[in-house]
Design a protein around this ligand. Sequence first.
Ligand SMILES: Nc1ncnc2c1ncn2[C@@H]1O[C@H](COP(=O)(O)OP(=O)(O)O)[C@@H](O)[C@H]1O
Ligand SMILES: Nc1ccn([C@H]2C[C@H](O)[C@@H](COP(=O)(O)OP(=O)(O)O)O2)c(=O)n1
Length: 432
Amino acid sequence: MSIRLNCLSNMARRLNCNFSQWSSRVFAAEFDSRCDPVYFALSAQTPAADEKQSLLFQKLFSQGKAYSIHAITDDRIQRARSYSDLQDKLVSALPKSCNLLQLIAFHPNVNNSLVKGFFIQDALNNAETENMLKDLVKSEEFHLCTYVSSEDGTLWQQCVWSQRGKECTDVTKHYITVAAKPEYHPSLLNIINTVVFYSFEDAYRVLQECKECIPESKEVLELADQCLKNSTKGRFPVIVIEGLDATGKTTLTQSLQEILRGALLRSPPGCLSQWRARFDAEPPLIRRAFYALGNYISACDIARESAKSPVIVDRYWHSTAAYAIATEVGGALESLPSSHSEVYRWPRDLLTPDLVVLLTVRPEERARRLRARGVEKTREEAELEANNLFRQKVEEAYRRIQDPACVVIDASPSKEEVLSEVLLLIQKHCNL
Ligand SMILES: Nc1ncnc2c1ncn2[C@@H]1O[C@H](COP(=O)(O)OP(=O)(O)O)[C@@H](O)[C@H]1O
Ligand SMILES: Nc1ccn([C@H]2C[C@H](O)[C@@H](COP(=O)(O)OP(=O)(O)O)O2)c(=O)n1
């Protein structure tokens, strides 16, 4: 995997890559999101042979032939979209003998230094694989490396491939050494301003940069332009109901609206519904900026309505941040940023509700509710199984968000019991 992504912006510099610019990057190849990645770095000098290291590297590099590839561009929108395109191309076109791993390169402790790519193990050393990857490099959008061992198989080198005229040749070689496991999972480096946005301007800027490639962005930006950036809450309480799918948000918010004679709003607001699927299909940078702007647009409605009556909101900032963090952070529950991390802070310029209630339900009860909704049993069970870790991560991220923190309610009991518990909470927190 190249180490130079955000340093080099043109072909000339790519061919004459300066080793010092990228030697400090660490690479992480992930076999399975539940296990630690294999961390490695590059070295200009021949490293001392090390038995443990060579065993680790054999697992990575010696399965037939190994390659790494990533998109090259300084433009963050293009880079995010190229990564998604590359993933689609690799998944559909690589021979079945290939094993596709996530490979990330990063500068330890440097925010937003993370570059995503792929590591490919081709057990059968298939000519088709190499041809396909070389074709991708010809587009000059991607950067390709191969990995070769010394004759005795104890040392490994990374060869950087480049397109020269019509030929694809290896231009530079560097030794590979084991890198220390970083204190935090490297995915944490790319949360702030890449998947979670802490101001209107930061989210707005992403969609502005998308205007050319996603024309729908202009319409979303126009709606955002109409909303007051610092919407001030009225005198009536604002109550947000949060929770995973099928925890009972719709049921509860409707009952609360009736009982409190309030306004029922949601984020993203109805005016964005027509573009939701469009932005859901985009990479996290763009998709999450869309949801972040949705909160600011909802905040305008909340400000207006809370001058007239209590306001109940179905999902808001907690959902935006919790899903974004849980999706971005690879690995186990323990990989989530620690409770006091700044990623759990509330955006300074976003209207703050009086109460945020998080509905949680036991997994069996959630499965029962989904069944009652008519979701096919086997598919739903498979989904639950596959997403169990993800669901735990989202729920844990919800619980860690601060100022305001959410009040957690067990929503497994009957609808009436859940409603009366939440009404008690509202009385206590909102003087109603
Ligand atoms: N407390 C409850 N006890 C039993 N079933 C419930 C309860 N709350 C909601 N449900 C049912 O669970 C399903 C999911 O609820 P819903 O309100 O649509 O959740 P969400 O909006 O969070 O996806 C619906 O069929 C609903 O009738
Ligand atoms: N305010 C919000 C609401 C939803 N989201 C995102 C977070 C998740 O990716 C999805 C969850 O939406 P989902 O369709 O499961 O939820 P509902 O069925 O609308 O309750 O939307 C958000 O980022 N911000």
